[in-house]
Ligand binder design. Structure first.
Ligand SMILES: [Zn+2]
Length: 365
């Protein structure tokens, strides 16, 4: 009996490793990651020391303990405090390069990365400082590891629409280094319609548009982001399910949702990963994708999010390939680059079709 249990344990361990390496091997895109949310506690301490900044934590362990959030606001309070250690161009360069190296290790081939300029300009850090660091790191990563990356400038929605317009004006000399604009920070009570003007300006400058909506806020914010801000993707969007007509629209218009399962559990959007609606929406034909949001804070990068979701929702290989395909299809890459990645995915996905049969219920014991 004991031997059999050990055998099952090894079988499952082996299977988990096999699934992780299957997911890693598939070409994928990450479409929802905040670069400031990739600041690992170790780097936070290093940068604080280098820049002579006092942190309200004595050790890395204390930081990790503080990462027990009750909701989005509790997280944002710590997040903005952490971002304060980023001061020089070198700091922003190291932050971006560390994320991209991590992304490459997870099999990410294209990353479309959010940054929060107002979190830095409000502290007196100039656009040229963070844009210079980010852009150099993106160039270096492409050269070293072949990863493609683009930047999406997010406006903080807890600040007024006018502040977003001011930020847009400050960003003017750097717009050529961006692929799009987004909207993040505290959602409830800060509807998308307040940002109509800045989005209109960004779109007429040729930038793509995305927005966080329907994470904690109501489905009406998703509709508002689509109709008023004319966004091409919705970030999170988990609450779309409360509005049947909206779900049908998302399917019909093939609007991608950039979901972040581990983040949703950390911020209590869902109590448990088993309750997450990503599989249901995938089955209904919504273009859902798996992303990491703020991986340093929420306990995992893209691969971690995939593995945890596969286990919690019992996703099969077809689901995994569909999620990877959705992520590539939802990028803002030119059509030929998208097609090349999709072709590679089809080849890799097919080559790695299940070698071993799935265990039956009895074998799982
Ligand atoms: Zn986010």
């Amino acid at each position: 009996m004991a031997l059999r249990r050990i055998a099952v344990h090894f079988y499952e361990l082996n299977r988990a490793m096999e699934i992780a390496s299957f997911i890693r091997s598939l070409p994928k895109a990450e479409l929802h990651v905040h670069i400031e949310g990739t600041l690992e506690p170790e780097m936070m301490f290093d940068l604080a020391a280098r820049n002579g900044i006092d942190l309200p934590f004595a050790t890395v362990e204390e930081v990790r303990e503080a990462y027990e959030f009750s909701d989005l606001q509790a997280f944002l309070d710590i997040y903005y405090r952490g971002a304060a250690v980023l001061v020089t161009e070198q700091d922003f360069f190291e932050l971006m390069l560390a994320y991209l190296e991590r992304a490459v290790a997870d099999g990410i081939r294209r990353a479309e990365i959010f940054f929060d300029p107002q979190a830095h300009t409000e502290r007196g850090i100039d656009f040229s400082v963070f844009m210079g660091g980010f852009a150099d790191a993106i160039d270096a990563a492409r050269e070293r590891w072949g990863i493609s990356a683009g930047m999406i400038m997010c406006f903080l929605r807890h600040l007024p629409g006018d502040a977003a317009v001011d930020t847009w004006n400050l960003a003017a000399p750097f717009v050529h280094r961006m692929i799009g604009v987004g909207l993040d920070s505290s959602e409830v009570g800060n509807p998308p319609e307040w940002f109509a003007e800045v989005y209109a300006r960004a779109r007429s400058a040729g930038l793509h548009a995305v927005a966080h909506a329907g994470e904690e806020g109501p489905p009406a914010y998703i509709t508002g982001a689509l109709d008023t801000l004319r966004v091409e993707r919705i970030d999170h969007g988990v609450r779309c399910e409360e509005d049947r007509a909206l779900v049908e629209r998302l399917v019909r218009e093939r609007i991608p949702l950039t979901m972040c399962p581990l983040s949703n559990v950390e911020l209590r959007v869902f109590d448990r990963l088993e309750d997450h609606n990503i599989k249901r929406l995938l089955d209904r034909g919504v273009r859902v994708t798996i992303n990491s949001d703020d991986p340093a804070y929420f306990g995992g990068y893209v691969l971690d999010n995939f593995v945890a979701t596969v286990e919690a929702l019992d996703l099969d290989r077809n689901d995994i390939v569909a999620l990877a395909r959705n992520s590539i299809g939802a990028t803002f890459l030119p059509d030929d680059e998208k097609a090349a990645l999709l072709e590679e995915l089809a080849e890799t996905g097919a080559a790695l079709e299940p070698g071993a049969p799935e265990p039956t219920q009895n074998e799982k014991g």
